[in-house]
Design a protein around this ligand. Structure first.
Ligand code: MG
Length: 314
Protein backbone atom coordinates (compact mmCIF):
# COMPACT_ATOMS: atom_id res chain seq x y z
CA UNK A 1 0.00 0.00 0.00
CA UNK A 2 1.36 3.40 -0.91
CA UNK A 3 1.54 5.40 2.29
CA UNK A 4 1.48 8.88 0.83
CA UNK A 5 2.62 10.94 -2.12
CA UNK A 6 6.11 11.95 -1.20
CA UNK A 7 7.60 15.36 -1.49
CA UNK A 8 11.21 14.36 -1.60
CA UNK A 9 13.70 17.07 -2.27
CA UNK A 10 17.43 17.00 -2.71
CA UNK A 11 17.79 13.24 -3.13
CA UNK A 12 18.19 12.99 -6.91
CA UNK A 13 20.57 10.17 -7.66
CA UNK A 14 19.72 8.52 -4.35
CA UNK A 15 15.94 7.94 -4.60
CA UNK A 16 14.26 7.29 -7.99
CA UNK A 17 11.99 10.05 -9.22
CA UNK A 18 8.42 9.13 -8.34
CA UNK A 19 9.38 6.43 -5.83
CA UNK A 20 6.54 5.61 -3.45
CA UNK A 21 6.77 5.17 0.27
CA UNK A 22 5.15 1.78 0.80
CA UNK A 23 3.49 0.70 4.04
CA UNK A 24 4.64 -2.91 4.45
CA UNK A 25 3.00 -3.77 7.75
CA UNK A 26 1.62 -2.20 10.87
CA UNK A 27 0.60 -3.26 14.39
CA UNK A 28 3.79 -2.76 16.39
CA UNK A 29 3.97 -0.83 19.63
CA UNK A 30 7.42 0.65 18.92
CA UNK A 31 9.21 -0.89 15.97
CA UNK A 32 13.03 -0.84 16.05
CA UNK A 33 16.14 -2.78 15.18
CA UNK A 34 15.53 -3.80 11.55
CA UNK A 35 17.90 -6.05 9.64
CA UNK A 36 17.53 -7.60 6.20
CA UNK A 37 17.93 -11.39 6.14
CA UNK A 38 19.09 -12.55 2.68
CA UNK A 39 18.42 -16.20 3.53
CA UNK A 40 14.70 -15.67 4.05
CA UNK A 41 14.30 -12.48 2.02
CA UNK A 42 12.71 -10.84 5.01
CA UNK A 43 13.15 -7.98 7.45
CA UNK A 44 13.47 -8.96 11.09
CA UNK A 45 12.74 -6.21 13.61
CA UNK A 46 11.87 -5.63 17.25
CA UNK A 47 8.61 -4.48 18.78
CA UNK A 48 10.30 -3.41 21.99
CA UNK A 49 7.34 -2.72 24.35
CA UNK A 50 5.46 -5.61 22.75
CA UNK A 51 8.40 -7.82 23.78
CA UNK A 52 8.45 -9.67 20.49
CA UNK A 53 10.42 -10.00 17.30
CA UNK A 54 8.60 -9.61 14.00
CA UNK A 55 9.41 -10.82 10.52
CA UNK A 56 8.19 -9.22 7.30
CA UNK A 57 8.56 -11.51 4.30
CA UNK A 58 9.27 -9.75 1.04
CA UNK A 59 8.20 -12.94 -0.74
CA UNK A 60 4.74 -13.24 0.80
CA UNK A 61 4.45 -9.64 1.99
CA UNK A 62 3.13 -11.00 5.28
CA UNK A 63 4.10 -9.99 8.81
CA UNK A 64 4.56 -12.82 11.28
CA UNK A 65 5.67 -13.05 14.90
CA UNK A 66 9.14 -14.62 14.85
CA UNK A 67 9.38 -14.88 18.66
CA UNK A 68 7.60 -13.62 21.79
CA UNK A 69 8.80 -12.99 25.35
CA UNK A 70 12.22 -12.13 24.01
CA UNK A 71 13.43 -9.90 26.89
CA UNK A 72 12.92 -6.67 24.99
CA UNK A 73 15.36 -6.97 22.10
CA UNK A 74 16.34 -3.80 20.30
CA UNK A 75 18.94 -3.31 17.54
CA UNK A 76 20.43 -6.11 15.47
CA UNK A 77 22.83 -6.81 12.66
CA UNK A 78 24.22 -9.74 10.70
CA UNK A 79 27.53 -11.28 11.64
CA UNK A 80 29.85 -12.26 8.83
CA UNK A 81 28.61 -15.87 8.99
CA UNK A 82 24.99 -14.80 8.45
CA UNK A 83 23.79 -15.31 12.02
CA UNK A 84 21.97 -12.47 13.77
CA UNK A 85 23.59 -10.47 16.58
CA UNK A 86 21.07 -8.52 18.65
CA UNK A 87 20.75 -6.33 21.72
CA UNK A 88 18.74 -7.52 24.71
CA UNK A 89 17.49 -4.79 27.02
CA UNK A 90 15.99 -7.27 29.47
CA UNK A 91 19.04 -9.49 29.83
CA UNK A 92 21.39 -6.51 29.49
CA UNK A 93 23.51 -8.25 26.92
CA UNK A 94 24.51 -8.83 23.31
CA UNK A 95 23.35 -12.20 22.05
CA UNK A 96 23.46 -14.33 18.93
CA UNK A 97 20.44 -15.86 17.23
CA UNK A 98 21.63 -18.59 14.92
CA UNK A 99 18.47 -20.06 13.41
CA UNK A 100 16.63 -19.85 16.72
CA UNK A 101 19.54 -20.96 18.91
CA UNK A 102 20.19 -18.05 21.28
CA UNK A 103 23.62 -17.71 22.89
CA UNK A 104 24.99 -14.81 24.97
CA UNK A 105 28.03 -13.00 23.60
CA UNK A 106 28.66 -10.12 26.03
CA UNK A 107 26.86 -9.35 29.30
CA UNK A 108 29.39 -7.53 31.47
CA UNK A 109 32.19 -5.02 31.58
CA UNK A 110 34.77 -4.95 34.37
CA UNK A 111 32.74 -7.48 36.36
CA UNK A 112 29.45 -5.56 36.38
CA UNK A 113 26.42 -5.71 34.15
CA UNK A 114 25.91 -3.59 31.06
CA UNK A 115 23.07 -1.04 31.06
CA UNK A 116 20.86 -2.12 28.15
CA UNK A 117 22.61 -2.51 24.79
CA UNK A 118 20.71 -0.62 22.14
CA UNK A 119 22.34 -1.00 18.74
CA UNK A 120 25.11 -3.19 17.37
CA UNK A 121 27.36 -3.42 14.33
CA UNK A 122 30.14 -5.76 13.22
CA UNK A 123 33.41 -4.36 11.85
CA UNK A 124 35.29 -5.81 8.91
CA UNK A 125 37.71 -7.46 11.37
CA UNK A 126 34.85 -9.27 13.09
CA UNK A 127 34.82 -7.13 16.23
CA UNK A 128 31.40 -6.35 17.67
CA UNK A 129 30.63 -2.70 18.52
CA UNK A 130 27.57 -1.76 20.54
CA UNK A 131 26.04 1.23 22.31
CA UNK A 132 24.92 0.97 25.94
CA UNK A 133 22.51 3.76 26.92
CA UNK A 134 20.13 3.32 29.89
CA UNK A 135 16.68 3.09 28.29
CA UNK A 136 16.11 -0.60 29.07
CA UNK A 137 16.64 0.09 32.80
CA UNK A 138 14.96 3.51 32.95
CA UNK A 139 11.93 3.17 30.65
CA UNK A 140 9.64 0.58 32.28
CA UNK A 141 7.98 -0.64 29.07
CA UNK A 142 11.34 -1.26 27.40
CA UNK A 143 12.95 -3.61 29.92
CA UNK A 144 13.41 -4.01 33.68
CA UNK A 145 14.29 -1.27 36.17
CA UNK A 146 17.92 -1.40 37.20
CA UNK A 147 21.08 0.44 38.15
CA UNK A 148 23.84 1.77 35.94
CA UNK A 149 26.41 -0.62 37.38
CA UNK A 150 29.50 0.94 35.79
CA UNK A 151 28.04 4.41 36.23
CA UNK A 152 28.18 5.67 32.65
CA UNK A 153 27.06 5.03 29.03
CA UNK A 154 29.72 3.84 26.62
CA UNK A 155 30.13 2.44 23.15
CA UNK A 156 32.03 -0.83 23.55
CA UNK A 157 34.20 -2.88 21.23
CA UNK A 158 34.23 -6.63 21.78
CA UNK A 159 36.94 -8.78 20.24
CA UNK A 160 35.53 -12.29 19.77
CA UNK A 161 39.00 -13.77 19.40
CA UNK A 162 40.48 -12.48 22.66
CA UNK A 163 37.14 -12.11 24.45
CA UNK A 164 38.11 -8.58 25.49
CA UNK A 165 35.38 -5.96 25.82
CA UNK A 166 36.54 -2.40 26.27
CA UNK A 167 35.10 1.09 25.89
CA UNK A 168 35.64 2.58 22.44
CA UNK A 169 33.73 5.87 22.91
CA UNK A 170 33.21 7.39 26.35
CA UNK A 171 32.26 11.00 25.61
CA UNK A 172 28.73 10.56 24.26
CA UNK A 173 26.10 11.21 26.91
CA UNK A 174 23.65 8.52 25.75
CA UNK A 175 25.01 6.66 22.70
CA UNK A 176 22.41 4.99 20.49
CA UNK A 177 22.72 4.37 16.72
CA UNK A 178 26.03 3.20 15.25
CA UNK A 179 27.52 2.78 11.79
CA UNK A 180 30.90 2.72 10.08
CA UNK A 181 31.86 4.64 6.96
CA UNK A 182 32.27 2.39 3.89
CA UNK A 183 36.01 1.96 4.41
CA UNK A 184 35.67 1.53 8.19
CA UNK A 185 37.82 4.54 8.97
CA UNK A 186 34.99 6.49 10.62
CA UNK A 187 32.51 5.52 13.33
CA UNK A 188 29.24 7.43 13.58
CA UNK A 189 27.46 7.44 16.96
CA UNK A 190 24.19 9.20 17.69
CA UNK A 191 23.52 10.83 21.04
CA UNK A 192 19.85 10.70 22.03
CA UNK A 193 20.25 12.10 25.53
CA UNK A 194 17.60 14.73 24.76
CA UNK A 195 15.14 11.86 25.31
CA UNK A 196 16.14 11.81 28.99
CA UNK A 197 15.64 15.56 29.39
CA UNK A 198 11.98 16.27 28.57
CA UNK A 199 12.36 19.62 30.25
CA UNK A 200 15.04 20.51 27.70
CA UNK A 201 18.74 19.83 27.39
CA UNK A 202 20.66 16.79 26.34
CA UNK A 203 21.80 16.11 22.82
CA UNK A 204 20.11 15.18 19.55
CA UNK A 205 23.00 14.84 17.16
CA UNK A 206 25.36 12.38 15.47
CA UNK A 207 29.05 12.36 16.38
CA UNK A 208 31.81 10.99 14.16
CA UNK A 209 35.19 9.55 15.18
CA UNK A 210 38.35 8.49 13.41
CA UNK A 211 38.92 4.76 13.89
CA UNK A 212 42.37 3.21 13.98
CA UNK A 213 43.45 -0.07 15.55
CA UNK A 214 40.08 -0.50 17.22
CA UNK A 215 40.23 2.88 18.94
CA UNK A 216 38.27 6.08 18.33
CA UNK A 217 39.76 9.54 18.35
CA UNK A 218 39.04 13.10 17.29
CA UNK A 219 35.30 13.04 18.01
CA UNK A 220 33.31 15.89 16.47
CA UNK A 221 29.67 16.67 15.83
CA UNK A 222 28.65 15.42 12.39
CA UNK A 223 25.01 16.52 12.15
CA UNK A 224 22.30 17.90 14.41
CA UNK A 225 18.79 16.45 14.14
CA UNK A 226 16.52 19.46 14.47
CA UNK A 227 13.25 17.57 14.86
CA UNK A 228 13.46 14.46 17.00
CA UNK A 229 16.38 12.10 17.41
CA UNK A 230 18.75 9.98 15.41
CA UNK A 231 17.80 6.71 17.05
CA UNK A 232 19.30 4.56 14.31
CA UNK A 233 20.87 4.99 10.87
CA UNK A 234 22.78 3.37 8.02
CA UNK A 235 25.58 4.58 5.77
CA UNK A 236 25.38 3.98 2.00
CA UNK A 237 28.16 3.12 -0.44
CA UNK A 238 28.97 6.78 -1.03
CA UNK A 239 29.21 7.50 2.68
CA UNK A 240 25.85 9.27 2.99
CA UNK A 241 24.12 8.83 6.35
CA UNK A 242 20.41 7.85 6.29
CA UNK A 243 19.03 8.60 9.72
CA UNK A 244 15.78 8.48 11.63
CA UNK A 245 14.08 11.65 12.88
CA UNK A 246 10.66 12.64 14.15
CA UNK A 247 9.44 13.58 10.68
CA UNK A 248 11.03 10.96 8.44
CA UNK A 249 14.39 9.83 7.14
CA UNK A 250 17.06 12.52 6.77
CA UNK A 251 20.03 12.02 4.46
CA UNK A 252 23.35 13.72 5.15
CA UNK A 253 26.39 13.68 2.87
CA UNK A 254 29.70 12.37 4.17
CA UNK A 255 30.59 16.02 4.77
CA UNK A 256 27.60 16.40 7.09
CA UNK A 257 25.54 18.46 4.64
CA UNK A 258 21.82 17.69 4.69
CA UNK A 259 20.94 16.46 1.21
CA UNK A 260 17.20 15.99 1.71
CA UNK A 261 14.58 13.98 3.49
CA UNK A 262 11.96 11.30 3.01
CA UNK A 263 8.81 12.29 4.91
CA UNK A 264 7.23 9.41 6.85
CA UNK A 265 3.81 9.71 8.52
CA UNK A 266 5.04 8.20 11.81
CA UNK A 267 8.06 8.92 14.02
CA UNK A 268 11.00 6.97 12.63
CA UNK A 269 13.26 4.86 14.85
CA UNK A 270 15.66 3.17 12.46
CA UNK A 271 16.37 2.03 8.91
CA UNK A 272 18.14 -0.75 7.02
CA UNK A 273 18.94 -1.47 3.41
CA UNK A 274 17.67 -4.71 1.91
CA UNK A 275 15.27 -6.17 -0.59
CA UNK A 276 16.03 -8.49 -3.52
CA UNK A 277 18.52 -6.03 -5.03
CA UNK A 278 19.70 -4.63 -1.71
CA UNK A 279 18.52 -1.18 -2.70
CA UNK A 280 15.27 -0.90 -0.77
CA UNK A 281 15.37 1.17 2.40
CA UNK A 282 13.23 -0.36 5.14
CA UNK A 283 12.03 2.07 7.78
CA UNK A 284 10.80 1.16 11.26
CA UNK A 285 8.51 3.95 12.39
CA UNK A 286 6.45 3.74 15.58
CA UNK A 287 3.72 1.18 14.77
CA UNK A 288 4.76 0.34 11.21
CA UNK A 289 7.36 -0.89 8.76
CA UNK A 290 7.71 1.11 5.54
CA UNK A 291 9.99 0.82 2.53
CA UNK A 292 11.11 2.95 -0.38
CA UNK A 293 13.27 2.17 -3.40
CA UNK A 294 16.65 3.84 -3.52
CA UNK A 295 19.53 3.91 -5.99
CA UNK A 296 22.13 2.78 -3.49
CA UNK A 297 22.77 0.22 -0.76
CA UNK A 298 25.06 -0.16 2.22
CA UNK A 299 28.45 -1.77 2.38
CA UNK A 300 27.27 -4.84 4.25
CA UNK A 301 24.68 -5.63 1.61
CA UNK A 302 27.16 -4.99 -1.18
CA UNK A 303 29.75 -7.27 0.43
CA UNK A 304 27.23 -10.08 0.79
CA UNK A 305 26.12 -9.63 -2.82
CA UNK A 306 29.73 -10.02 -3.95
CA UNK A 307 30.43 -12.99 -1.69
CA UNK A 308 27.44 -15.15 -0.75
CA UNK A 309 27.03 -16.41 2.82
CA UNK A 310 30.09 -17.92 4.43
CA UNK A 311 27.76 -20.07 6.51
CA UNK A 312 29.34 -23.42 7.22
CA UNK A 313 32.88 -22.17 6.89
CA UNK A 314 33.50 -21.45 10.53
MG1 MG B 1 18.25 2.73 19.04
Amino acid sequence: MVARVLEISGLSGLVPIGADLVLCATGSTWAEGPVWLPETQSVRFSDIPGDRILDYSETTQNLTVYASNVEFTNGRTLDHDGSVIQCSHGLRRIERDDHGIITPIIDSYNGVRLNSPNDVIVAADGSIWFSDPPYGITVPIEGHPGEREYGDHFVFRHDPLSGETRPAVIDVEEPNGLAFSPDGSLLYVSDTSAASHPEGGGNHHIRVYDVANGRCKNGRTFAVIDDGLSDGFRVDLAGNVWTSSATGVLVFSAAGIKLGDIPVPEKVSNVCFGGPAGTDLYITASTSLYKIRTLTQDTAIAARSAAPSRRGSR
